[in-house]
Design a protein around this ligand. Structure first.
Ligand SMILES: Nc1ncnc2c1ncn2[C@@H]1O[C@H](COP(=O)(O)OP(=O)(O)OP(=O)(O)O)[C@@H](O)[C@H]1O
Length: 630
């Protein structure tokens, strides 16, 4: 079996063949047949490098690989020095690395790995770079202490606990750890560990009666220790404060010089954005911590695209931030500036390999799409390693939360027909604007979807509950293999059938969104990770065909008698938008006209607590007219 003497190692070959089989799209690895490595010859196997007939490198990046690798996938690749599966969709636990003693460089970033960071990584004495950012890893960070470690990034996971205080890990700044809600330690400006410990260990007055004497003696033993921890925490905070203060002064100086140059070079458009200035309100009490992007931000520029909002970089550096959620193309943070506005910072990832100029051009094109129902792009930040969008904060959250949040609980605020209809109108207008204003060169290209990722979590509600559609135009920035896996338009019938998308794919997404609004059911396109959604188009077709009239509409609106005819009209529009063949779907302008003409409810019905009775006017005859001709 072992032919390594001839430059061919059977066990290694088998390991690679198994890895290939674990990916559900092995077509991209079709070169993986025949002889793998021959002595020092460049192998014909894509992504593999060899020395003396042994596999030393495995680099499969941005290939859209999906699948779960077995924990022992790498045990036979004992000569491996470089491993990269960067930016795919690989899931499952991290592999066992204990047999890969030669590994120096591991990059598993931008995947869907979960479970804990494998302790076997601690045994790799040559490890120089570990990048596992943008995954779903949980649990604590093991105590890495390899002096060889030069690059370390575990940001944007679900890691928790204290960052180990080892010499090796002390070298890395906050950006290596950012985006893990429950990580704590002196690196973050709030030493959450200390606060949590003292909260749980110090009994409150109401607890006294329940605590027995042993608990009391335990807590009295802990009290001096906790006081010391608190004092140390405060000293650290004081130091950080002084540090930030000094640095912001230095940055200000640096930026004043830079900005002068920038204004000439960048020629930033100063045209006013159409949107109104808001006074953001904080809706939740949050665990604040420094935005902590200082390392990268120092190197780059914060560019504003309008005059609505403008602040200095040091302002953002001093803001506290709250994670809003993990998106498919980067995570969003709500940054609350001291004495200033609240903005959303979106860290972009999985981008196309664009030049600097191309990136800026695409970003400007997105920012130029101004409409009262589009979420404005306020500015951006751009370096080789980090790309950020600065967006307006929408205080009333997403449509997904409005439709599904708190269902079945006392906290649920009913989402009545008039509000749903006005959301449908707002989204339709925003989409029409994008469709009418998509540039002619874009329009000429066959595969253009002006939005591309329309779903309820990308429809936001501002302080007046007005619609602000977000994440438009990202198709011009996101790498195609990633977009095809994660964007809604690529789940349309035409893409699944003919690998084609167009404006009509957006219209199909809009139809699905209308069905989510009407049925109150979670659509498979908008379901966050871990939540199962339904294919609403198929479900509604079946419901209409099999005449389950009463079950289609969300009970929260179905009880609004005066609005039942309007609901049926909107259902008809939704079904036309979802038609399997793109040519049969209406244009967006027609959709806007039709949605505008749908009747709202009699005002009093939106206010009243309505009893759950179905309207007799929703007869099978009227629903039959909603059936599309297919
Ligand atoms: N400007 C904003 N104001 C308020 N909430 C926002 C804002 N931008 C995003 N969010 C919320 O933050 C969360 C993450 O958003 P993000 O756009 O990154 O991911 P997503 O919408 O879940 O998926 P995708 O990446 O496919 O768009 C979502 O719940 C979204 O509704």
């Amino acid at each position: 079996q072992d032919g390594s003497a001839n430059g061919f190692d059977g066990a290694e070959r088998e390991a690679l063949v198994t890895i290939k089989a674990d990916f559900n799209n092995p077509k991209v690895l079709k070169s993986w047949t025949g002889l793998m490595c021959y002595l020092n010859n460049t192998p014909s196997w894509f992504g593999i490098s060899c020395i003396n007939g042994r596999v030393t490198g495995l680099r499969l990046e941005n290939l859209g690989l999906i699948g779960k690798l077995k924990p022992d996938a790498l045990v036979n690749l004992t000569q491996l020095q470089t491993l990269s599966f960067k930016n795919n969709s690989i899931s499952g636990n991290l592999m066992d690395f204990s047999k890969n003693k030669n590994l120096k460089d591991i990059n598993l970033s931008g995947n869907r790995f979960d479970g804990e960071i494998s302790p076997s990584l601690l045994t790799l004495n040559l490890l120089e770079s570990l990048q596992v950012q943008n995954n779903n890893l949980n649990g604590p960070i093991p105590g890495f202490n390899q002096s060889t470690l030069k690059v370390f990034n575990v940001s944007d996971n679900n890691l928790s606990g204290e960052i180990p205080n080892t010499t090796a890990l002390q070298k890395f700044g906050t950006s290596s750890y950012l985006g893990n809600q429950d990580l704590c330690g002196p690196l973050f400006s709030i030493t959450t560990c200390t606060i949590k410990n003292s909260d749980t260990s110090t009994p409150g007055p109401s607890d006294d009666s329940h605590n027995d004497s042993s608990n009391n003696s335990k807590s009295s033993m802990w009290t001096p220790i906790l006081i010391v921890i608190n004092v140390v925490g405060m000293v650290v905070l004081l130091f950080l404060f002084i540090y930030y203060f000094k640095k912001s002064k230095k940055l200000k100086k640096m930026l004043t010089n830079k900005n002068m140059k920038l204004m000439e070079v960048e020629k930033i458009e100063t045209s006013k954005m159409e949107t109104t200035t808001t006074t953001p309100t904080e809706t939740r009490s949050v665990e604040s911590r420094s935005v902590g992007l200082e390392v990268e931000l120092e190197k780059g520029k914060l560019i504003f695209l309008g005059s609505e909002i403008n602040f200095e970089l040091d302002h953002l550096l001093r803001a506290s931030a709250e994670g809003l959620g993990k998106g498919n193309f980067g995570n969003c943070y709500k940054a609350m500036l001291v004495d200033g506005p609240t903005v959303v910072v979106k860290r972009l990832r999985d981008l196309k390999p664009l030049t600097n100029e191309e990136f800026v051009r695409q970003v400007r094109a997105i920012a130029d799409q101004k409409h009262p129902n589009l979420l404005p792009l306020l500015g951006y930040y751009n370096t080789k390693d980090e790309k950020l969008f600065l967006l307006k904060f929408a205080p009333n959250g997403s449509l997904y939360n409005r439709i599904h949040g708190g269902k079945g609980t006392r906290d649920r605020i009913p989402f009545r027909w008039s509000s749903r209809l006005s959301v449908a109108r707002g989204v339709a207008r925003a989409l029409e604007h994008l469709h009418l204003n998509c540039s002619s060169s874009q329009a000429a290209a066959a595969a253009v979807v002006p939005h591309g990722n329309l779903k309820s979590s990308n429809v936001l509600l501002d302080e007046n509950d007005d619609v602000r559609v977000a994440d438009y135009g990202l198709t011009s920035l996101i790498a195609l293999p990633i977009a095809t896996q994660r964007m809604v338009s690529y789940r349309s019938p035409e893409y699944l059938g003919f690998k084609k998308v167009s404006k009509k794919s957006d219209i199909w997404s809009f139809g699905c969104l209308l069905l989510e609004l009407l049925t109150g059911r979670i659509s498979s396109h908008s379901a966050p990770p871990g939540v199962t959604g339904a294919d609403l188009c198929s479900w509604v077709h079946r419901a209409v065909r099999e005449e389950w009239t009463a079950e289609i509409f969300d009970t929260e609106i179905a009880v609004q008698r005066s609005a039942n005819s309007g609901m049926l009209r909107l259902l008809q529009i939704a079904i036309r938008c979802c038609d399997k063949s793109p040519e049969k779907r209406p244009e967006m302008s027609e959709v806007v006209r039709e949605v505008e003409s749908v009747k709202g409810a009699v005002d009093s019905e939106d206010e009243e607590d309505l009893s759950l009775s179905m309207d007799q006017s929703m007869t099978d005859d009227s629903i039959a007219t909603a059936t599309p001709s297919r």
